[in-house]
Write a protein that binds this ligand. Sequence first.
Ligand code: PLP
Length: 388
Amino acid sequence: MNNQDRWHAAMQNNYGVPPITLVKGKGAEVWDENGKRYLDFLGGIATNVLGHAHPVIVKAVNGQVGKLAHVSNLYSHKPGIELAEKLQDLTNDATARVFFCNSGAEANEAAIKISRLTGRNQIIAAAGGFHGRTTGALSITGQDAKRAPFEPLLSGVKFVQYGDVLAMRKAVSKNTAMVILEAIQGENGVVVPDPGYLRKVRAICDQNGTLLAIDAVQTGMGRTGEWFGYESEGIKPDIITLAKGLGGGLPLGAMITLGEKSPAFKPGEHGSTFGGNPISCAAANAAIDYMVKKELLKKVASSGKYLRVMLAKVPGVVEVRGRGLLLGIVLDSNVATAVATKAMSNGLLINAPAKNVIRIAPPLIVSKKELGEFVKVFARTLNEVLNG
Ligand code: PLP
């Protein structure tokens, strides 16, 4: 049996059967079981910030696993404390308080629970938004097809059009515990709101005593050229949720409260066995240290600019949207799935979050040469799909 048949015979079919089996990676390159090489422009879906097998991650993980892998949350450990302090520094807020978990959905679950501590139980989220697959996170996910089979979900959740300030103003009241939004809707096809949107939502939340949570699971950890994806709006949210890039490729999530307005968990109110384990925290510390030392955020901005300029010239591309290295390439026809499939056979990993949109989220360390290779192979692939 090949690996696809073995997968099918042993696994739930929630992902369908993945067409290839990857065996190793280095930087922005991966290889499958047949030795075929791919340029990885999806980065584990915006997760492998330093690419595959980066020496600083390998060293941090190997060093930590040989010392202390798991302690439970009955005891503290240095990598966890160090990481929480780093996140405090990055948010520029000494009042920031961090809860570690393992994933984006869990980070948002923690945010939902924090919002309940306001004594209010209404949450406003955005149509098209994505916050995860656990029951609570799914309840605030504005995508009907994902929610419908699992209803009834949490009550008290209202969805408004993303980017529509008026709709937000109408929806938020003194009963609203929390508004939760992505700075860019990644899973919905890299949808970017108008400048000023988050700032206006911040003001609406302030007028109503409502918490503003930014789900930076996909947009965080330097992906947009900022640490958390909202800084260019000049706002400070009350809650940030993180995962994906946070662990430098290892499973790690975080829910961070900022400022004095957000309630905080008391002992016994929340927890996670593996959340913030020493190995993932050591990897996260190494990733952040490397990003700071190499000034990677500047590189992300310039790599993103280069891609936008080059991709806009490709026939069949009508728009390139997003920020930094989270980009949606909008096509002039609904061929995105065919393009992603063809790209794989051409040695390029990308995906199609919408019928006419290709998403790219390469490792933040991607080289100029690899950016050039990507544009070339992508243009050839799109031409093959459009012109046979
Ligand atoms: N929030 C956002 C914005 C995401 O993009 C995702 C995953 O794509 C999640 C939450 C869920 O994260 P996880 O799959 O780690 O639970």
